[in-house]
Ligand binder design. Structure first.
Ligand code: FMN
Length: 179
């Protein structure tokens, strides 16, 4: 689980915690929440030159990623892109799903649409479900508790699909040669 913003007061942290809790309920799934604000990534270079060994090791170990992506000016977070760009081989043939978060009514969909081709270029395999946390300012209380649980069934479908894709791709990586 990648919390894709460093903004002070970010509401995406509530979404990331909720999704981590939901994933943790699934048997045989081990989940780690990676807060990009805690990564010691350099900002005086770009791409794999900025690679943090700790982040890279976690990407290497992961079978799947969930990216919690806030919508900033109809796009995704620049810091999230900077972090994602720091690895490459670690992502290849692994599953990824996106949860968008926005203050407005569209649940971060505009940022999600722009992020999809980036993830493809990184070698990740996207699932066809997203999660949308719209009107984020009203969706969580001040302690981060979800106030409207109508998103839970969709989260369930999203995670089911992601886990299936992660298992399928792991089988492929381990058993099926590219040549
Ligand atoms: C620079 C910036 C641009 C933003 N642009 C949008 C936007 O285009 N559409 C929208 O619905 N919300 C926008 N927001 C609000 C965020 O989507 C909102 O804060 C949401 O909770 C997700 O971001 P957060 O995790 O930083 O809180 C913007 C916030 C910032 C800081």
């Amino acid at each position: 689980m990648i919390l894709g913003t460093v903004r002070k007061g970010r509401l995406s942290a509530n979404a990331a915690r909720l999704l981590t809790d939901e994933l943790s309920k699934r048997a045989s799934v081990e989940t780690e929440l990676i807060d990009i604000a805690t990564l010691p990534l350099r900002t005086d270079d770009a791409g794999e030159a900025t690679k943090d060994p700790g982040f890279a090791a976690r990407m290497e170990r992961a079978d799947a990623l969930v990216i919690v992506s806030p919508e900033y000016n109809h796009g995704y977070s620049g810091m999230l892109k900077h972090v994602l760009d720091s690895c490459l081989e670690e992502y290849i043939h692994k599953a990824v799903g996106i949860a968008g978060v926005s203050a407005g009514p569209f649940g971060g969909t505009r940022g999600i649409q722009d992020l999809l081709p980036v993830l493809r270029e990184l070698g990740l395999v996207t699932v066809f479900w997203d999660v949308y946390f719209a009107n984020a300012g009203k969706l969580f209380d001040s302690t981060g508790k979800l106030l409207d649980t109508s998103c839970i069934p969709r989260i369930g479908k999203f995670l089911k699909e992601l886990i299936w894709m992660a298992r399928t791709l792991r089988h492929g990586r381990e058993n099926i040669s590219l040549d």
